[in-house]
Design a protein around this ligand. Structure first.
Ligand code: IMP
Length: 202
């Protein structure tokens, strides 16, 4: 059994879909009565992903996949980065974060609106030891207005330049192929499958 160490339900839904081919039962924190609240105070996606994986694995006594992700905007020096979820403040909503991003990039031409989504994944065993990790990125551009309603977070503003469409317009099938999370999951796959095949991860 593998538990997804995230409380973000939309993220968990994407992860469940991405891991569908692995012969292991995937659970989310919602399936446990007492997951711990992990403070995401790391300076990098890698640090936060490891914190989530290791803490939940030890606490719940099972394999855990920690995932930390966010948006890095070139013109903002990589912000909001690890602060993506809390960009507009401690009680941030997706709408408020998107509004602040639009405000900070107001008037900037398309050529200066480059950005990347980054996702880091860490797999920890029941003792809390890190057994595998991977990172995926997805480059795009921040649109001057919201387009589409699919996905979550910054998806209506994140344009895949080659497709002339935002993740908000493209929907879950495209996101499961092209996103930072999809790329990180694919990179983790060989190690995950090897652990399942060797019956270490059951
Ligand atoms: P985390 O739960 O601390 O990893 O926060 C991730 C935050 O980054 C989310 O709340 C979103 O604001 C942003 N983010 C990460 N991945 C995505 C994505 O796939 N689409 C849109 N926003 C994302």
């Amino acid at each position: 059994m593998l538990v997804l160490a995230t409380t973000n339900r939309k993220k968990a839904k994407e992860l469940v879909r991405l891991l569908a081919g692995v012969r292991v039962e995937v659970r989310t924190l919602a399936d446990f009565p007492d997951p711990i609240d992990v403070v995401e105070d790391g300076e990098t996606f890698a640090e936060n992903a490891a914190k989530k994986a290791v803490a939940q694995a030890r606490h719940l006594g099972c394999w855990a996949l920690g995932e930390d992700s966010g948006l890095t905007v070139d013109a903002l020096g990589g912000a909001p980065g690890v602060y993506s979820a809390r960009f507009s403040g401690p009680k941030a909503t997706d709408a408020a974060n998107n509004e602040l991003l639009l405000h900070q990039l107001a008037g900037m031409p398309a050529a200066q609106r480059g950005a990347a989504y980054v996702c880091h994944m860490v797999l920890a065993d029941p003792s809390g030891k890190v057994r595998a990790e991977s990172q995926g990125t997805c480059r795009g551009r921040i649109l001057p207005e919201l387009r589409g309603t699919a996905g979550f977070g910054y998806d209506p503003l994140f344009e895949l330049v080659e497709y002339h469409r935002s993740f908000g317009q493209m929907g879950p099938v495209a996101k499961a192929i092209l996103s930072h999370r999809a790329r990180a999951a694919r990179r983790l796959m060989p190690e995950l499958v090897a652990l399942v095949d060797s019956h270490e991860l059951t």
